[in-house]
Design a protein around this ligand. Structure first.
Ligand code: PSV
Ligand code: MN
Length: 429
C-alpha cells in the first residue's frame, strides 16, 4: 500500500535525475581523491533508518495555544498513513514509535495488520504517566512511579506493563519511560526517597520485560516540574539504568539538557558503559523547544554522530542505539518537518562516515588540536546531498521529497476526508 502514487514519484524523479547523476559523479570523484568509495557511503545511507514518533504527525502547540493545521490525523490509523507517506518519500523512516494511551486501540492485531500493509514496523513504545487519563482512579498530580502513595505507583506500573503487552502484539522491542515526576518547590520532595520509590517501581516493570526487550529511561532537566525532576539528568539516568540491570539503558533526547551541555560527551560515556539505549532527535535554542533536527545546531548533531560512527567503527560491544525523532511542529506541516528532519539526521550520519578516523586518532595522539578539529570540519563542510538523494532514489523514494510531497496534494486530499475536530486548544504535544 502506498499513499503517494509511485508513478508520480517516478515522473518527478525523471525530471531531476540527470542533475543528480552529474552531482553524484562529481562528488564521487572528489571523495575518491580521499580514498572514499561513494558507493559504500550510499549503501550506508540506504540502510540508515530513524523512527517517526506517532505524536509528531499532529500539529504541536505550546501551553499558550495550538494552531491546528488542515487534515490532521484523528487517530493512530490516520497517523500511520502519514508515517507511510513520510517513508514513501524519504525511504529512511520505516518504523513508528507509538505513545500510550494516546494510540491505544481495542484491537492491536488489526493495528499490526494495518502497519504491515503500509510496510511500517513498530519500534519503542512510550508510556504516559505524565497526564491523567479518562477513568483513571489515582491522579498523577504529585507524580507517578515515584508518587508517595503506593496505589498511585501501582497504577503507573500497571500502565507500563500494559504498554509492554500492547507493544508485543505490534512487534516492538523496547519501552521508553519518561516521567514528569518532580517538584516545584524546594523542600516539596525528599530527593532520595522519591528516587528510591521510582527505582522500586521501575524494578517491578523491569522484572516483567520480555526476554528480547530493553527498557530505555529518558531524562529531562525540567518541565512539567520546574524545581527538580526525579530523572533530571544523565547522571540520575545512568545510575537508575545501572541499578536496574543490563536490559535497562539511557535514552538521550537532545532537548533535555541545559544549554551548552556537551551532549556528544554524554553519548560517549553512555557508549563506554553499554548504556546508550537510543535517541530522541530534535533541536533547541532555549530548553525543550522540540525544534526540527539540525535546524539550529547541525554541527552538534554531527559531533554526536562522530561518537556513534566511532563506536560503530570500533565495533563497541553492546552498541545498538535506537534512533527516533521527537519534535513538535507548530508552524509547519508535520509531514514536511518529519521528512526534512529524518534527512538531516541521516546527513549527520553520512558526514560522520566521511571522517578520516586514522588521521583523527593520529592528531589526537600528537595533541594537535587544530588539525584534529579541522579533520572533523573537513567532513562536516562537505555537501553530501547527492548521496542522500541517490540513496532515496535507489530505494524507490523521491529525489526531492518536499517537492514531490507538495505536488502530490496529499494534505489537501486528507483535509477532505479528515474533518477538523474544531477549536485551537493548548497543549504541549
Ligand atoms: C517529554 O518532553 C518527551 O520528550 C518524552 O519523550 C515524551 O514521551 C514526549 O516528549 C511526548 O510528550
Ligand atoms: Mn523525548
Amino acid at each position: 500500500m502506498q499513499r503517494i502514487d509511485k508513478t508520480l514519484i517516478n515522473e518527478i524523479n525523471q525530471t531531476q535525475l540527470a542533475d543528480l547523476e552529474s552531482d553524484f559523479r562529481y562528488l564521487g570523484e572528489k571523495l575518491s581523491r580521499s580514498d572514499i568509495d561513494i558507493e559504500t557511503i550510499t549503501a550506508a545511507a540506504e540502510k540508515f533508518q530513524i523512527a517517526v514518533p506517532s505524536w509528531g504527525t499532529g500539529t504541536g502547540g505550546t501551553r499558550f495555544a495550538r494552531f491546528a493545521g488542515i487534515g490532521e490525523p484523528r487517530n493512530i490509523f490516520d497517523k500511520l498513513e502519514d508515517c507511510a507517506v513520510i517513508n514513501d518519500l524519504s525511504q529512511c523512516t520505516d518504523s513508528v514509535s507509538p505513545h500510550f494511551p494516546w494510540d491505544k486501540v481495542d484491537d492491536f492485531t488489526e493495528l499490526k495488520q494495518r502497519s504491515d500493509a503500509l510496510g511500517l514496523k513498530w519500534i519503542a513504545v512510550n508510556s504516559n504517566t505524565f497526564q491523567d487519563q479518562v477513568g483513571q482512579e489515582h491522579t498523577y498530580k504529585y507524580g507517578s512511579l515515584s508518587n508517595t502513595a503506593e496505589a498511585t505507583r501501582e497504577q503507573a506500573i500497571e500502565h507500563n506493563l500494559d504498554c509492554i503487552k500492547w507493544g508485543q502484539t505490534l512487534g516492538a522491542k523496547s519501552i521508553t519511560v519518561w516521567v514528569g515526576d518532580g517538584s516545584n518547590h524546594p523542600g516539596q520532595q525528599h530527593f532520595q526517597r522519591s528516587f528510591e520509590r521510582y527505582l522500586e517501581s521501575m524494578r517491578k516493570i523491569y522484572a516483567e520485560l520480555p526476554a528480547d526487550w530493553e527498557m530505555h529511561i529518558e531524562h529531562k532537566m525540567f518541565e512539567p516540574a520546574f524545581y527538580s525532576t526525579v530523572i533530571q539528568d544523565w547522571g540520575s539516568n545512568i545510575l537508575a539504568a545501572m541499578e536496574l540491570g543490563p536490559k535497562c539503558k539511557s535514552l538521550v533526547d537532545l532537548g533535555h539538557h541545559a544549554p551548552n551541555v556537551n551532549i556528544e560527551m554524554i553519548v560517549s560515556r553512555l557508549i563506554q558503559f553499554k548504556k546508550l539505549g537510543g535517541f530522541h532527535f530534535n533541536d533547541s535554542k532555549y530548553g525543550d523547544d522540540d525544534l526540527d533536527s539540525g535546524s539550529l545546531h547541525p554541527y552538534q548533531q554531527f559531533l554526536i554522530f562522530n561518537e556513534l560512527v566511532d563506536a560503530e567503527a570500533r565495533q563497541q560491544e553492546g552498541f545498538n542505539p535506537a534512533y527516533m525523532l521527537d519534535q513538535s511542529h507548530n508552524v509547519t506541516d508535520p509531514i514536511e518537518s518529519l521528512i526534512n528532519s529524518a534527512a538531516e539526521v541521516q546527513r549527520s550520519y553520512i558526514k560522520a562516515l566521511l571522517i578520516d578516523r586514522d588521521a583523527l586518532y593520529g592528531h589526537q595522539q600528537d595533541n594537535d588540536a587544530l588539525m584534529a578539529s579541522n579533520e572533523l570540519k573537513k567532513a562536516f563542510n562537505l555537501d553530501v546531498s547527492p548521496i542522500l538523494a541517490m540513496a532515496r532514489y535507489r530505494a524507490g523514494g523521491a529525489i526531492e521529497p518536499l517537492v514531490t510531497y507538495r505536488q502530490s496534494g496529499y494534505r489537501q486530499q486528507v483535509a477532505t476526508s479528515r474533518p477538523s475536530a474544531g477549536g485551537n486548544s493548548s497543549g504541549i504535544v
